[in-house]
Design a protein around this ligand. Sequence first.
Ligand code: ADP
Ligand code: ASP
Ligand code: MG
Length: 411
Amino acid sequence: MDLLVQKFGGSSLASPARIHAVADLVAQAARTNRVVVVVSAMGDTTDDLIVLARSVTEHPPAREIDMLLATGEQVSASLLSMALHQRGRDAISLTGWQAGIRTSSTFRAARIRDIRPDRIRRELEQGRVVIVTGFQGVVGDGEWDEVTTLGRGGSDATAVALAASLGCLCRIYTDVEGIYSADPRLAPGARRLPTVTYEEMLELAQYGARVMMPRSVELAQIWRVPLEVTSSFTPGAGTSIGGSMEFANRIAGVAHQMDVAKVTLVALMDRPGVAAAVFRALATRHVHADLIVQNIGHEGRTDLSFTVAADDLDIALETIAAVRDEVGARDVTARTGLAKVSVVGSGLFSSLDHAATMFSALSELGVNIDIISTSGIRITCVIDGGHVEEAVRAVHAAFGLEGEDRWQSTA
Ligand code: ADP
Ligand code: ASP
Ligand code: MG
């Protein structure tokens, strides 16, 4: 019997009826496989718990947030186990701690250090389906342990890490039938991609395709975990993510990210160590800054801009205020309400005209580009957030990505 990790996201488990539907899928897989299931919290539970915490206090301690959020996944894991028992299938739910998922100590953004899957293996040997709460782990020496969570969308990372440690396939069940050439809810012409490479998926995920948590794709790439993404609503079609050279010359898709903010340090000193001081300070506060642009210097001064998630803007500005004198910035400005639109594909690497295709699509809409940033297989434009839908559709069409295998909402 093959071993298989199945992961079900919050949208797949949003109600008792959905828990039963998922139990059917798990029971079916368990007829021919040994199965480890990773679950997210039901529906919007995690968002609701964060709102609940904020209704008690404006600044909840990160440790207590993790204690609170970890409960969401325990609810769905135990309910799914009950639904399997009702079907006559032996199953057991385990917390991240019971499943041996050891993490770093950063609450709300812990990283998986290692997995000791002895308990999981023993339960599998007993013929049980093992259901593991996603998104959580434990840090400590056994005497002074703390519950940690892995960051939003972290159940994907749990699933991939478990598949890596057990040496098996990881199948992610969500509310769309795989990875599409754009978010199908925004671009109705988006096409399902039968395969994507790890590199492409990583860029798509990092630049907003929230269907996979970026860190989980990184884990899959490092450990060469074969990944499949499919729908728990209409199982069947899906996308395989893996190391394929076959599509080395194509454009995979368009990703977008809303709620982007831009910070500019105006006329700061143009000398070694200044950028290091700014970004070290941001890293210390766990602010993820990207799309960093420094302009050509004039008279010993230069402008430095970067983007952050809108949620991180306050803390970014606070951090910059603390180093402003040290780097000699004359002013600090911030702009909110921006968005990123990115086109991703290994074909970008060798092409001469793809950049022009993207910029023309935006200019035909009259959309101004605030920042342009590229990697070997990605071009990103920062634009006004109000134009993101039409921009995604226009860029998607300009690259000829619309196709036969269109998305139809079933969720
Ligand atoms: P889950 O609850 O299963 O974790 P998520 O909401 O995290 O699901 O991710 C699924 C959603 O990701 C889809 O409903 C879709 O709107 C969105 N999405 C964004 N970009 C893409 C893409 N390129 N392909 C598929 N889905 C995408
Ligand atoms: N429940 C967590 C979240 O909403 C983890 C996950 O869904 O993957 O972020
Ligand atoms: Mg998710």
